[in-house]
Design a protein around this ligand. Structure first.
Ligand SMILES: [Zn+2]
Ligand SMILES: [Zn+2]
Length: 433
């Protein structure tokens, strides 16, 4: 077994160290290790525990023309991830033990990241009957997070029962907070621009009212609630209030909601059409500050690949969603660290530690220490680069194309195996074990 020595890497707390990897584990970390094995010079790079994405759409089974578990896993590795959580809105829906086990197995076969399936809350995401949550949890996929993402669990009684049910095995319900009645045919953020463009508005209260209801249900049931993709200042206020009451709620924000605003819709370019929609500059600022003050726990990509034909059509008909796995860390770094809002330790929390904790994952996202599984990301904080079309994803609905970002993933290691070298994804035949 080859030993790898990463030399002169900086940890999130600022210490300069060498890191020895052997047998899939980190075996030693320290400033003065014996120089032996394959040396990878990490001068100028920061070593983080591999990033963990709590919200990815891998599209397999059912929409393999958009993405597969393999292509999505490669895109994730390129983005510095060592684990992704695959949302349940596949075809068939991931609402049984058989489907979640299939997705889990595809992830193992791909071998680039841990693919942890998320189970549907309701059968076929129809919002009517609860899916087999317990069986999915007991399956080989060991599902701990359940979500009808793409749709909101809008029935209060069902939401309450689902929260109660998952409490039995310490599971989490992840809510896509969107009141369906308040967003009938909604296309973009409600406001002056929507009026001027003649597009149906998507009011903030459609998000914040569901979050408030669910926080109160989580308080009543004593269960764990996670809120997907916060997009508004009022949603942040509700989460802050709920946490102040001691409610067991966590929240995520996407890279695109930390950087992009509704003004981009001026030209009806459907690349910027996403659910929840891009909001105002004031919302973006509120979301950034909420990551800094701990109200928002994690960055999650909501990577949502779509083939060109589903985007290159009339705005009203175009699909909602954007890709984001490969650029997430750069967007998060540029909007939060470069701006001085958070430090590297907090970046590590929101990209690795907190998502792993919410999911209850073993051996993922923990601090880098001897004896832990060697899941690492080496990140260059200084480099600036312009996002181009080169991508591992099957889809190119990328809203960051042409933008210059600061900070880039250089190397990724998954269970001690290098999956990305010099920002290029390795093929499994050429990986160093
Ligand atoms: Zn969603
Ligand atoms: Zn989603």
């Amino acid at each position: 077994m080859t030993e790898i020595l990463l030399t002169n890497a900086e940890l999130a707390d600022g210490r300069l160290v060498h890191i020895r990897i052997s047998g899939g584990l980190i075996t030693e970390i320290g400033p003065e290790l014996e120089i032996a094995g394959e040396i990878i010079d990490c001068t100028g790079l920061i070593a983080f525990p591999g990033f963990v994405d709590l919200h990815t759409h891998l599209r397999e089974p059912g929409s393999e023309n958009s993405e597969t578990v393999l292509t999505g896993s490669r895109a994730a590795a390129k983005g510095g991830y060592t684990a992704v959580h695959a949302m349940a809105n596949t075809n068939p829906v991931a609402d049984t033990a058989a489907v979640v086990e299939q997705i889990h197995r595809l992830g193992i076969e791909a071998g680039y990241v841990e693919v942890q399936p998320i189970g549907a809350v309701t059968v076929a995401l129809a919002g009517e009957r609860m899916a087999e949550l317990g069986l999915m949890n007991k399956s080989k996929a060991n599902v701990t997070i359940f979500s009808d993402d793409g749709r909101c669990v809008s029935n209060s009684l069902l939401m309450q029962r689902a929260l109660e049910y998952v409490k039995g095995f310490d599971g989490v319900i992840a809510q896509h907070a969107q009141d369906p009645q308040l967003t009938n045919n909604s296309q973009m953020n409600a406001g002056d621009l929507a009026l001027r463009l003649g597009l149906t508005g998507w009011p903030e209260v459609a998000e914040s009212s569901i979050i408030a209801r669910d926080c109160l249900l989580a308080e009543q049931t004593g269960s764990k609630l996670h809120i997907c993709h916060l997009s508004t200042a009022s949603a942040v206020d509700v989460i802050r209030w709920a946490k102040g009451r001691g409610i067991n709620v966590t929240a995520e924000v996407t890279p695109h909601h930390l950087l992009l605003t509704e003004d981009l819709l001026e030209g009806y370019n459907s690349i910027y059409k996403v659910n929840p929609p891009l909001r105002s500059a004031a919302d973006v600022q509120a979301l950034r500050l909420a990551v800094a003050d701990g109200t928002i726990d994690i960055i999650a990509t909501d990577h949502a690949p779509h083939p060109a034909e589903n985007k290159e059509c009339e705005f009203g008909q175009a699909a909602f969603g954007m890709v984001g796995l490969e650029t997430a860390a750069s967007v998060a770094y540029s909007t939060l660290v470069t701006t001085g809002l958070i430090n590297h330790a907090r970046f590590q929390q929101v990209m690795s530690e907190a998502p792993a904790r919410i999911s209850g994952m073993q051996n993922q996202g923990c601090e880098l220490a001897p004896g832990t599984v060697a899941n690492l990301t080496l990140f260059d904080p200084k480099v600036n680069y312009t996002v181009d079309l080169e991508s591992e994803s099957k889809s190119s609905n990328n809203p960051f194309l042409g933008l210059t970002l600061q900070g880039k993933v250089v190397h990724t290691f998954f269970r001690g195996i290098q999956t990305v070298r010099d920002s290029k994804v390795l093929n499994m035949g050429e990986v160093v074990a």
